[in-house]
Design a protein around this ligand. Structure first.
Ligand code: GLU
Length: 255
């Protein structure tokens, strides 16, 4: 059965150890997404990496810190990032569309409906929408702030079946009594123990860490959407999860 699948790609998944855009991994992910489109699924990409790409273009050594610096880097990086997605999907004969969102666009009823209609029109045309936050105009009150939440809100907006969050971690980990971390293959209920374990994990490239992923899982759960967290560098990751195979951590929605 054809599904609507959102794939969220974090900055760390798109960045090499030298802090540059990881073209090889982007192409590999796009090839897997293209396979889903060919199998008649509707695919939406929510991507980070605009700031990292812009910082690289400016020759900055460290990640920009102030809001105007981040916005400037995003303005430079976003078009470069889009160009890479456009080129990569073109190799598979697939057209992409850039969609930039902010919290106010999703909160206001009319704008929310406009965004939903636009996304559905694109998906009906077999176009892959590539979504990011509109960092250039996003000040605190209208910022979503991290793309895990943006991906979950997008999944809810389009009534998706599945959200796959690709990250630098292989899934959601908890610690056993000896303090040894183990991968949790499936989460049926997001309770206090899950939230506590999530509070302890962080990543250096992205803005979210595990806490925002668990918040995204909560949004999905309430909306009846299955969510997965998996390693964004594992070949076959998207194909496996979309095919219902166990990979990373799966968050089951509320019945
Ligand atoms: N919108 C930011 C970017 O594209 C990233 C936000 C995030 O990493 O969650 O660089």
């Amino acid at each position: 059965m054809a599904k609507t699948i959102i794939i969220k790609i974090g900055s760390s998944t798109l960045t090499t150890t030298h802090g540059t855009l990881d073209h090889a991994n982007l192409h590999r992910i796009v090839a897997e997404a293209a396979r889903l489109v060919k199998a008649r699924h509707k695919v939406v990409i929510v991507t980070s990496g605009a700031i990292v790409t812009g910082a690289q273009a400016l020759g900055l050594k460290a990640k920009p810190q102030s809001i105007p610096q981040k916005q400037a880097a995003a303005a430079i990086g976003q078009s470069r990032l889009m160009r890479q997605y456009e080129k990569a999907f073109e190799e598979h004969g697939i057209t992409v569309a850039q969609v930039l969102l902010t919290r106010d666009a999703l909160a206001d009823r009319r704008r929310h409906q406009n965004a939903r209609n636009c996304l559905h029109t694109l998906l009906d045309e077999k176009v892959v929408p590539i979504i990011n936050e509109n960092d250039t105009v996003a000040v605190d009150e209208i910022r979503i702030g991290d793309n895990d939440t943006l991906a979950a809100l997008t999944a809810r907006l389009v009534g998706a079946d599945l959200l796959i969050i690709l990250s630098d971690v292989d899934g959601f980990f908890m610690k056993d009594k000896q303090g040894v971390p183990f991968l949790v293959p499936e989460v049926k209920k997001i309770d206090r123990a899950i939230k506590k374990a999530a509070g302890q994990a962080v990543s250096d490239q992205g803005t979210g860490g595990m806490l925002t992923k668990i918040q995204a899982a909560q949004i999905c759960s309430r909306a009846g959407i299955t969510m997965a967290i998996a390693g964004g560098r594992k070949p076959g990751v998207i194909t496996a999860i979309a095919g219902g195979k166990k990979f990373g951590t799966l968050f089951r929605p509320k019945a």
